[in-house]
Design a protein. Sequence first.
Length: 429
Amino acid sequence: MKNEIIYRAGIRIRNPSLQKYFDFLIDSDRWDLERLEKLQLEKTRELLIFANRYSEYYKELFKKVKFKPKDFQGLQDLKKIPISNKKDLLKYNKEIHSRYSFDKVFLSETSGTSGEVLKFYRNEEWDSFNRATMFRGYSWYNVKPWERNGYFWGYNFDRAKMIKTRVLDALQNRFRLFTYDADEVRRFAERLKGATYLTGYSSMIYEVARIVNELGIRNEYDLKMVKGTSEKIFESYQDEVRAAFGRRIISEYGAAESGLIAFECPEGFMHINMENVIIEEENDEIVVTNLNSRSFPIIRYRLGDYIKLADQGFRCPCGRAHPVILEVMGRVGGNIIGNKGIYPTLTLYYLFKNLSLVRGVSLSYQAVQKEKGKIILRIEQNSPEYTDLIKTEIRKYFKEDVDFDLQWGVSLRTKYGKIKDFITYIDQR
């Protein structure tokens, strides 16, 4: 009861519109597709008119391509607007920001996987709607945001920020793990007995689950949800996590600049938050429009992920009409450079997906290229017995053009950062 009171007092101060949006999203959760699409149409028109009026960047862009927001008739008209990317958001940051005077804005900062720091302001309604969307996903698992929770995330060692982190954790009834030290993991596992849910980087959840299982300190947890975010969730993680915490990792998909895009339902499918975003698929890449982004409009933004959408006729057993992202296939990155040919990084996804589906072998991996025609393939599992199997798959996709050095039993752990499935040191300009 005390934690709920603190939570509700906090959102009244920080996010006064959150409860209103949450109530709306609980209602729209069971709308039919036609009604959801009508809502998207209305919100898109409002966003485009607002951006044209208050954002110098979009005003000039619309003028350049002869796009008139007041003539917007359907979502197909969005394709008249050029796609933007992170470089655009960085280069035209000041011009993209709206000149409108908002009652409250929050500074958001993200480097993502590119290493380039993007700073922008989110208006309170945008921030609140995004949080409300996340909490609706929690409700699918009967989880209340104020309930006790464990947290795997980054940690700043600056003393002032450490104190701030601990205060914020206390207010949000959460506790986090700071190191992979065995004693720290033991203490965390003990505290997790009283928790309702667990969230954080999927690689960190997996790593701690592995340590918990190795130490033999598994407990009878009463977790309703284990949520992974910000990273690809390898299928090879699931058995370890299920053994340690009693549940598989479910996916929350989004980014700071795009907002929350999709949330996995109890049936195992990621539903697109149609009330929050519009999703397009261009050459297997996701393009996002955030319908609540007034202070820093995000319109047809290439996020940098490969995705696979379900067919239009697909209907999830959970009954929700919101379309489904079947899989986030990986980050769009530099190409793999062979001695003669060039290969998209998505090739690695298909190689390992085929191993899983056809051969029943689930592996987590990271490919590193430092020189032309050579790849270091780091594999988390220590299973060299699969070497010939992997080399057979490699030849299917790369023939003899790329030499792969397989390294087994390599920890992909990072220092509280995201795992990339492909890293290149080759200048590809």
